[in-house]
Design a protein around this ligand. Structure first.
Ligand code: AMP
Length: 443
């Protein structure tokens, strides 16, 4: 299937061709026609599936072909859970809409309100916002939502996970009833369905992969290791190919900072991205990583959510996430857009229970491969009663807490060899990444 058959305007088709996109991804093929026809959509799609274009293209087309543009009353609102995702959606909208007269601005916390207020006063078509800061603007009456025709809820499940439900409800009731709503979510948790039933009009449901599905091109490796030796093992793995870029996940902000200090001191250019960093520091870390100036980006779950890094060959879980669903989100950053990816987890004995949950969620065994010289003093346990990190403790000396879950033991672990270079030529991967880099944003 080609983009031409989806009913997109020539200006968008030209922008897509500039991007080098030759055919729509499954979520784009399924979502664009009904979105262009004006239907509400309830779309199950995780990061990495091309979901941003699935809503951005119909949104741009609708705005460019109808009504006044750049008034003080924005006509579209895109809500995202994080600042990074808001910035990324903004960048995509600018790139896809570069041949159209449609303007967009971002509204998120961590930066001063003044420039945001000025941008709104100048007039804008699309506001991309995180719920908290949007509420601030609503309360201060610096934003008029009365002309919003299209609402996009991006990563709605994550917004609910982050406790934004009350804010979302207040925003939703402040919007015009007559509007199109496009909701994208990695999973259709019951709370998402409830939200959809309450605030959407007869939505079309689209699901291109099973909820919680993991990109099929991603292979998983678990290396059991004592918590006290995780840093050394990480360094060992990263040093196997110091040119290869890796995204490393830490459960805590403090843990991420400590890891970055350690890696930098060990000669690996690293940066952290987490909620305690200023917006500028986060943006700089991400752009340094994208440009290749930084080889290792250490991120916490919330900060990393939605980060769009093209064709990342490897994601390393320095700590397992405390909630199994986050594993799916984390590794959504590798194996994207048809590329193969590798998800490596360093798992200490006290995280055994978390690994049990992940295997249960993925419904698959994950090879457990000790690395010579880093074998743990106690083997991992893979049953429902397996230990989980205590509050204030955790793998690699980090916090963690969650009530144990019930369930049956998963199948036994199959050891297999670790192959750091086994997922293809990473230098070539980086080359592809650079050559595929996007056209510079217009504004
Ligand atoms: P998303 O799920 O929106 O975060 O997109 C994941 C990645 O896929 C991003 O790097 C996009 O630039 C890329 N992408 C989106 N649509 C396409 C397409 N039709 N063909 C190839 N890559 C795409």
């Amino acid at each position: 299937m080609s983009f031409d058959s989806l009913g997109l305007a020539p200006a968008l088709l030209r922008a897509l061709a500039d991007y080098g996109y030759t055919q729509p991804t499954p979520i784009q093929a399924a979502a664009i026609p009904p979105a262009l026809a004006g239907h509400d959509l309830l779309a199950a799609a995780q990061t990495g599936t091309g979901k941003t274009a699935a809503f951005a293209l119909p949104l741009l087309q609708k705005l460019s072909t109808s009504g006044q543009t750049m008034t003080r009353r924005p006509r579209a609102l895109v809500l995202t859970p994080t600042r990074e995702l808001a910035a990324q959606v903004h960048e995509n909208l600018r790139d896809y809409g570069k041949q159209m007269q449609v303007s967009a601005t971002t509204i998120f916390g961590g930066v001063s309100m003044g420039p945001q207020i000025n941008a709104l006063r100048r007039g804008v078509d699309i506001v991309i916002a995180t719920p908290g800061r949007l509420m601030d603007h609503m309360q201060q009456r610096t934003l008029d939502l009365s002309a919003v025709e299209t609402l996009v809820l991006d990563e709605a499940d994550r917004m609910l996970d982050m406790g934004f439900l009350p804010a979302l409800k207040r925003i939703l009731v402040a919007l015009p009833k007559k509007r199109q709503t496009l909701l994208f979510s990695a999973t259709f948790a019951p709370a998402i369905k409830t939200l959809a039933m309450e605030f959407m009009h007869n939505p079309r449901e689209i699901s291109v992969s099973a909820p919680n599905a993991v990109a099929t091109l991603v292979s998983h490796q678990v290396h059991p290791v004592d918590a006290s030796r995780k840093r050394d093992l990480l360094l060992h793995l990263l040093s196997a190919d110091s040119r290869r870029q890796s995204l490393v996940f830490s459960r805590t902000k403090h843990g991420a900072d400590k890891l970055v200090t350690f890696l930098n001191a060990s000669g690996l250019r690293s940066a952290a991205i987490h909620g305690n960093k200023s917006q500028n520091a986060r943006t700089r870390a991400l752009s340094d990583f994208k440009s290749g100036r930084v080889t290792v980006l250490v991120a916490t779950d919330i900060a990393a959510r939605g980060i769009d890094i093209e064709q990342l060959p490897i994601v390393i879980n320095f700590d397992l996430p405390s909630v199994a669903e986050d594993y799916v989100h984390r590794i959504g950053r590798t194996g994207r857009a048809g590329m193969e990816g590798l998800a490596v987890s360093l798992v200490s004995h006290d995280e055994s229970g978390l690994l049990f949950d992940i295997r249960k969620l993925l419904k698959q065994d994950i090879a457990i491969t000790p690395i010579a010289g880093y074998e743990p003093s106690a083997p991992l346990r893979l049953d429902a009663g397996a230990p989980r990190p205590k509050q204030g403790g955790g793998g690699g000396g980090q916090r963690q807490s969650r009530p144990p879950r019930q369930g049956k033991p998963a199948g036994s672990a199959r050891p297999s060899g670790y192959a750091p270079q086994g997922r293809g030529d990473h230098a070539a991967g980086n080359q592809r990444r650079r050559s595929n880099s996007r056209p510079a944003a217009k504004a």
